[in-house]
Design a protein around this ligand. Structure first.
Ligand SMILES: [Zn+2]
Length: 212
């Protein structure tokens, strides 16, 4: 099965994606992770396209699509979960082509729809460990990192303005993808996260029911 996980940054895609990888044996395609891997390897065929990231620049859409194509075509596991890609209709078209060129298709689109209130609560309360990068919510009351004792801090981009901007970008650029896939033979599953106390494991249990 091939699945796309959609959701605004902070909706919990990473956590849910890891659960689905574990339960369904999927290969996760996350462009951020792949970029980091490529940057470690100067002999990688896409290194020169991706290295602009080191200068703080954004890679082109074309490069993002090439990176995904490369990851799909070189993976032995051909059951994919796409996390954070596609983000735009143009990328969705590119992914459709990558899949059909390889005799595959997208079977599910899973949207983790999170209310702005829950998103703000989660991200503005997020504390990151300077040493081990673990993430905790301020409501847990930790003074220092419970994993390693490191200092907990608030990331610069976990502020109201940035969260608002990312939420709006998701709504304008990524939400139209749902219509795109509804017009194809794809099962669309939406899960609304409107309760800040809801645990990731509970969401996962509900998702599994929908996927079976
Ligand atoms: Zn730590």
């Amino acid at each position: 099965m091939n699945l796309i996980l959609l959701g605004a940054p902070g909706a919990g895609k990473g956590t849910q994606g890891n659960f689905l990888v574990r339960d369904f044996g999927l290969k996760k395609i996350s462009t951020g992770d792949i970029f980091r891997e490529i940057l470690k390897d100067e002999s990688h065929p896409l290194y020169n396209d991706v290295k602009v990231i080191k200068e703080g620049k954004l890679v082109t859409d074309e490069t993002v699509n090439s990176v995904v194509r490369y990851a799909v075509e070189t993976s032995e596991n051909k059951n994919f979960i796409f996390d954070g890609y596609p983000r735009t209709l143009a990328q969705a078209d590119a992914l459709d082509k990558i899949m059909s060129d390889n005799g595959m298709k997208i079977d599910y689109v899973v949207e983790l729809s999170v209310t702005k209130e829950v998103l703000m609560y989660r991200l503005l309360g997020r504390r990151t460990c300077r040493s081990c990068k673990s993430i905790f919510h301020v409501s847990n009351g930790h003074e220092t990192c419970p994993e390693c004792g490191g200092e907990l801090y608030t990331r610069d981009d976990d502020n109201e303005e940035t969260v608002q901007a990312r939420f709006e970008e998701y709504n304008t650029k990524t939400l139209p993808l749902i219509e795109h896939y509804k017009n194809k033979d794809v099962k669309y599953i939406k899960y609304v996260v409107d309760n800040k106390d809801l645990q990731p494991a509970e969401i996962h249990q509900k998702l599994i029911v929908e996927l079976k």
